[in-house]
Design a protein around this ligand. Structure first.
Ligand code: PBG
Length: 324
């Protein structure tokens, strides 16, 4: 018997395949994470993330200009302070590195893209946790919310248009929304890292931000074993007023992304994290995989699973067509 139905017809030529492709990577749905470090004179490479650097306030301008020229949807800023303390004071001062970087980025970007900021204390605390600690050394949820409220207002006043709440404290979205509104910052939007898992794939990021963490974040980030819990976290954040939800990491959590995207009434994004980047770069550097194809396939998979936008360290390269 010869088959009557032949799905291969739609795969016969490159033009046909392009025409019937269900998923495309568009620059507007790519967000570039950008690291800015206080007290360095030149951009500093990150060993475990080849091609990614810690920027100076000056080199940040060029990075934002390039992102805007490439039509990216946005940049997500992370700050690396030169001094740290127990409560992460550098996160809330207007002269803190992240807030200064935000001002620089906003001035450079104009209306071309959305400047976003990581709202979390881990880069600013001397113990490296995402919140402040209680007398017994545990992360104190409610005391941390007070810090997040101040941090949110400082970031919004610096010009951030979208605050990336990545600390996984209970009630953080409601607390930050209330603080913003009380300060009259009603237009500042919240991106809730709703389903954020305690992942080994954040490894290279710890180098990128010079993390001081000893131990892990398992009392606040989610257990990789749990799918329903991801939906619960997402529903809570949406109910608390999140404007956008995020699933993170991406590649190992596509089922969670699919679940959240199917039920949320707000945009759902995913973060292709540092370890996902490093794995492909390292394998490609060894000649074990085709780098450009692997990059595109990984991001296509995340979009196909339901992400409306993707944070990826390859954003610029993908948008400019360098990886094609
Ligand atoms: C917390 C934060 C982390 C990442 C983004 N925001 C680190 C963590 O939760 O341990 C990781 C991003 C990446 O690995 O690319 N400020």
């Amino acid at each position: 018997m010869n088959p009557v139905i032949r799905p291969r017809r739609l795969r016969t030529t490159a033009a046909m395949r392009r025409l019937v492709a269900e998923t495309r990577i568009h620059p507007a749905q790519l967000i570039l994470p950008v690291f800015v470090r206080e007290g360095i004179a030149e951009p500093a490479p990150i060993g475990s993330m080849p091609g990614v650097v810690q920027h100076t306030l000056d080199s940040l301008k060029g990075a934002v200009a390039d992102a805007a020229a490439a039509g990216l949807g946005g940049v997500m800023l992370f700050g690396i302070p030169s001094t740290r303390d127990a409560v992460g004071s550098g996160a809330t001062g207007a002269d803190g590195i992240l807030n200064r970087a935000t001002e620089v980025a906003v001035a450079e970007a104009g209306d071309a893209l959305v400047v976003q900021t990581d709202l979390c204390l881990d880069e600013f605390t001397d113990h490296g946790h995402c919140g402040v600690l209680d007398a017994r050394g545990r992360v104190d949820n409610d005391a941390t919310l007070e810090r997040y409220r101040d941090m949110a207002v400082a970031q919004a006043q610096a010009g951030s248009q979208l605050l990336g709440l990545s600390g996984m404290m209970d009630g953080q979205v409601a607390a930050v929304r209330e603080a913003l509104d009380a300060a009259g910052l009603t237009d500042t939007a919240i991106l809730a890292y709703a389903a954020k898992y305690a992942s080994a794939f954040y490894g290279p990021f710890r180098e990128a931000v010079d993390s001081q963490l000893v131990g892990d974040r398992r009392t606040y980030q989610q257990d990789p074993a749990n799918r329903i819990e991801g939906l619960r976290e997402a529903a809570l954040d949406e109910a608390e007023g999140a404007d956008v939800l995020m699933v993170k990491p991406a590649m190992s959590y596509l089922d969670v992304l699919d679940d959240v995207a199917a039920t949320a009434q707000v945009p759902v994004w995913a973060y292709q994290v540092s370890g996902e980047y490093a794995m492909i770069e390292a394998a490609a550097a060894n000649g074990w995989i085709d780098r450009d194809r692997a990059i595109r396939e990984s991001v296509t998979g995340i979009l196909r699973a339901g992400a409306g936008a993707v944070l990826t360290y390859w954003a610029l390269e993908l948008a400019t067509g360098a990886a094609s």
